[in-house]
Design a protein around this ligand. Structure first.
Ligand code: KIV
Ligand code: ZN
Length: 544
């Protein structure tokens, strides 16, 4: 058995498909490029049958990320896959979307637990077996690489799974993925399930990859995934930051860093460049508006902070006293004094390149202007500040509306008032003043009266990026509108109203708040227009 574990990333499918993690097509493409750079083996780019938009997003990823012009070797080119329910229409759509990739894969699934077969599929077990055989065979007529998943395997009868999986092998499946769809199993049970499948499935051979796909409802997703790997699975299906349905999927960074840090225990390798974990975590968090909890393993802001005095003393004596991983191994820079007011363009370019950002001249000009502006207000600029500026400047949706200026007055003496100036999609500058219960409320009211797309603010988060009174403030928001497009969950087949996230960073927290809100509104507008729906606001301005 090989000692290589393939990392199958489903951030853009199981992660994005969950309500509340919407990304625009451009953001999905950017995340896919970063996943390829990270070294994942397979990118599940979406569910093409959900809508023409979803299909197009997967197709672009297949063409661009699945066909890199300057890949070091074929081995570094990721497989691009799309999910399909076990029917011809979904499989055709998945194939249409992924066929442009150098290494395409079709991933099809059908539920096998008694509860799903009876209540969701309303199918007899014999019909399920037959459908799996037919649809895997059909997918194989289109694509040489076919993955099959028996949905809710964690609650399925093992003996029935052996039969279904045996038929999938006979029909030509190359990967058998075993999902614990509802996050129900325990590590011992999941180990036994994978072990039983490898030993008892008819036709199982070395050419078949057994894969694991766990959900985190009981907080056991990583433990279960590692148990499955110990039992012989050689593909792990994961998402960045563990985002996904309900409590989420297994987190990519936790599995990868456990295999690396405890190498003597597992003796297994992955192709992941772990120094990029922190950066991609931030990227996904900024794009989805889903904040990473501070104590999240590997990528949380406290994961490498040793603040208690006793710890710091221990740390000074020997770094390994409290650290089992080096922060730099996951891309958390320990460099503090990076650049100051007098640093030049060249120094900025070098530092950004060391951090993994290669900017062209135009981008560097923009980054330099932002850097100088920040250096006027803040003495020391750290890597974290630079990451925030890069995210704010480059990882944001196309500007439908752009903040052109703002002024806020607040305090205990009067009504908090915000005057906001936005450049609209027609190039016209709109200026509006509004009062609110506080400075953020007043600002958002002013923005609302210009943009005029009614929506609900579901979440507002603010935090300081570094220590000190001059720290940059970072704001993430999540919004939803009654007119937001819906998305279809491939498993429950329910339609959800999409939620849009926005991110902004500035040394003025009210400005950061305004930027985050405008970003989220821009995404909502772009998504609606990408969906073919042209919307006008009350001023008659065509948006998007
Ligand atoms: O959780 C699950 O069962 C899935 C399958 C579609 C693989 O996401
Ligand atoms: Zn799943």
């Amino acid at each position: 058995m090989t000692n290589y574990v393939k990392i199958f990333d489903t951030t853009l499918r199981d992660g994005e498909q969950s309500p509340g993690a919407t990304m625009t097509s451009a953001e999905k493409l950017e995340v896919a490029h970063n996943l390829a750079r990270l070294g994942v083996d397979i990118i599940e780019a979406g569910f093409p049958a959900a809508s023409p938009d979803d299909l197009e997003a997967v197709r672009r990823i297949a063409l661009e990320v699945g066909n890199p012009a300057n890949a070091e070797s074929d081995a570094r080119v990721p497989v691009i896959t799309g999910l399909a329910r076990a029917n011809k229409n979904d499989i055709d759509k998945a194939w249409e979307a992924v066929q442009g990739a150098k290494k395409p894969r079709i991933h099809t699934f059908l539920a096998t637990s008694a509860i799903h077969m009876k209540h969701k599929l309303k199918m007899d077990p014999e019909d399920v077996v037959q459908r799996v055989a037919e649809m895997v065979s059909y997918a194989r007529t289109l694509c040489a690489d076919v993955e099959f998943s028996p949905e809710d395997a964690g609650r399925s009868e093992p003996e029935f799974l052996y039969v279904v999986l045996g038929e999938a092998i006979k029909a030509g499946a190359t990967t058998l993925n075993i999902p614990d769809t509802v996050g129900y199993t325990t590590p011992d049970e999941f180990y036994a399930l994978i072990d039983g499948i490898i030993k008892n499935t008819p036709g199982m051979h070395d050419g078949i990859t057994v894969s694991v796909h766990c959900h985190d409802d009981l907080g056991l997703a990583t433990a279960n995934t590692l148990a499955g790997i110990r039992a012989g699975a050689r593909q792990a299906e994961v998402t960045v930051n563990g985002i996904g349905e309900r409590a989420g999927n297994t987190s990519l960074e936790e599995v990868v860093m456990t295999l690396k840090t405890r190498h003597p225990v597992f003796q297994l390798e992955t192709g992941i460049e772990t120094q990029q974990l922190s950066r991609i975590s931030k990227l996904v968090s900024n794009y989805t508006g889903i904040v990473v909890q501070p104590n999240k393993a590997i990528v949380g802001s406290n994961a490498f902070a040793h603040e208690a005095g006793i710890h710091q003393d221990g740390m000074l004596k020997h770094q390994t006293t409290y650290e089992i991983m080096r922060p730099e191994d996951v891309g958390v820079s320990q460099t503090n004094l990076v650049l100051g007011k007098h640093s030049g363009r060249h120094a900025l370019r070098n530092r950004l390149a060391e951090m993994g950002h290669s900017l062209d001249e135009v981008e560097l000009d923009k980054a330099f202007a932002r850097f100088k502006e920040l250096a006027d207000r803040k003495k020391i600029i750290t890597d974290l500040d630079l990451e925030a500026v890069i995210a704010d400047e480059f990882y944001r949706p196309r500007d439908v509306y752009l903040l052109n200026g703002m002024q806020v007055s607040c305090g205990t003496m009067g009504m908090p008032t915000a005057t906001v100036r936005l450049r609209g999609p027609d190039g016209v500058i709109h200026t509006v003043a509004a009062i609110g219960t506080g400075p953020v409320d007043a600002t958002y009211k002013a923005i609302d009266s210009i943009v005029n797309v009614p929506c609900t603010l579901l979440e507002f988060n603010i935090h300081a990026i570094t220590e000190g009174i001059d720290a940059l403030g970072e704001v993430t928001v999540r919004i939803q509108s009654e007119s937001s497009a819906t998305t279809m969950d491939p498993q429950s087949e329910m339609e959800y109203i999409r939620v849009y996230g926005g991110h902004g960073a500035d040394s003025d927290i009210i400005v950061a708040s305004a930027k985050a809100y405008i970003n989220a509104l821009n995404k909502l507008i772009i998504a609606q227009t990408e969906g073919g729906e042209k919307i006008k606001n009350d001023f008659g301005v065509m948006l998007g």
